[in-house]
Design a protein around this ligand. Structure first.
Ligand SMILES: [Zn+2]
Length: 339
């Protein structure tokens, strides 16, 4: 018995990260690939806290079997490709360059929140919009309230859909009942715009905006910094151009050791990404997503892709957000399995 115990102790000593890793699983349009419209990612803390970041056009609905338990939904901004004005017709539908999607009039974000009875972690302005859509899905009911807190933390799973009551700069802590500490989620700045897709607005609102050539913004667009219980500190950039807080807040203050970087065309990150990662954020590792181009074929990057070209310039270890692949990260931001 003593020998068996010693052997087990040795095994644990050899793998000190055992069961202390954060699991990160992208949910995209095509299994095993990084495709043009891919954005959504599931995170799981070692204590069991699980959340979905930007449901986007990547889920087939709130009942998408790839999701599993979801305690919180994080939304960076209101653009249709994030809040989800369309949903994936089926995993693998369409091409990697242009996945086949169908309308989601209540948004995929609200569909997942409603189906999972999740906490909405986003600015109050966006929470107001998504909360309304949850009521539309349910055909009425009580307005969504703020998440209950005990000792500064919300215990997940929550009993009913609730809103984080946080704004830009705010912090939300989510904790399982028996965990010694929680997962800390800070909302950080993004250099972007935050207008809602017209298809998700009321007819009256649409007409009014059209008359003035206007857009409807729901407060600032955002990113997040998430500190997991094993020490892993992840910067979720959201859609953003380069900005100074990537150094002062994300690197200097939060000391993020993993960055999930949205590429895409509008924010210019294909051009600034090298400087953003190597000089400002300086994480141990980077996960690349939101490519707006089909990056991989058979799971390996196409050499001609802009994403592959950027990857070559990054000093941090970089990984592609391949759909359905679970990567495990230790507290120092190093991928220890699945990469
Ligand atoms: Zn986007």
């Amino acid at each position: 018995m003593k020998i068996a115990c010693a052997a087990i102790a040795l095994v644990f000593a050899a793998f000190p990260a055992f069961a202390q890793n954060v699991k990160i699983t992208p949910v995209g349009s095509h299994a095993g690939e990084l495709c043009a419209n891919d954005r959504a990612i599931i995170f799981e803390d070692p204590t069991g806290v699980r959340f979905l970041y930007d449901p986007a056009h990547n889920v087939t609905g709130g009942d998408d079997p790839r999701l599993g338990a979801i305690h919180m939904v994080l939304l960076s901004h209101m653009h249709g490709d994030h809040v989800g004005d369309l949903k994936l017709k089926a995993p693998g539908a369409g091409s990697c360059a242009n996945s086949e999607r169908v309308p989601a009039p209540n948004s995929t974000t609200a569909e997942v929140v409603a189906a999972k009875n999740a906490a909405m972690v986003m600015t109050r302005a966006m929470g107001g919009f998504v909360g309304n859509k949850v009521l539309a899905i349910r055909g009425g009911g009580k307005p969504v309230g703020f998440c209950p807190q005990t000792g500064g933390a919300t215990i997940v799973p929550v009993a009913a859909v609730c809103a984080s009551q946080t704004d830009l700069g705010g912090v939300f802590v989510a904790k399982t009942a028996d965990a010694p500490r929680g997962v800390e989620i800070s909302i950080v700045y993004a250099s972007h715009v935050n207008n809602a897709p017209p298809a998700l607005l009321s007819e009256a609102q649409r007409a009014q905006l059209k008359a003035d050539g206007a857009i409807l913004e729901y407060g600032p667009a955002t990113g997040f910094v998430v500190r997991f219980t094993n020490g892993l500190t992840v910067y979720l950039s959201g859609d953003t151009g380069i900005h100074t807080e990537m150094k002062t807040v994300v690197h200097d203050f939060h000391k993020a050791n993993l960055a999930v970087l949205n590429l895409g065309n509008n924010p210019g990150i294909f051009l600034s990404g090298e400087y953003v990662i190597n000089e400002l954020v300086k994480p141990a590792s980077v996960i690349l997503t939101h490519p707006n181009e089909p990056v991989t074929e058979g799971g390996t990057p196409r050499p001609a892709s802009r994403t592959a070209a950027l990857m070559k310039k990054l000093k941090s270890e970089s990984h592609l957000a391949l759909s359905g692949r679970t990567m495990e990260f230790d507290g120092k931001g190093k991928c220890v399995a699945g990469c």
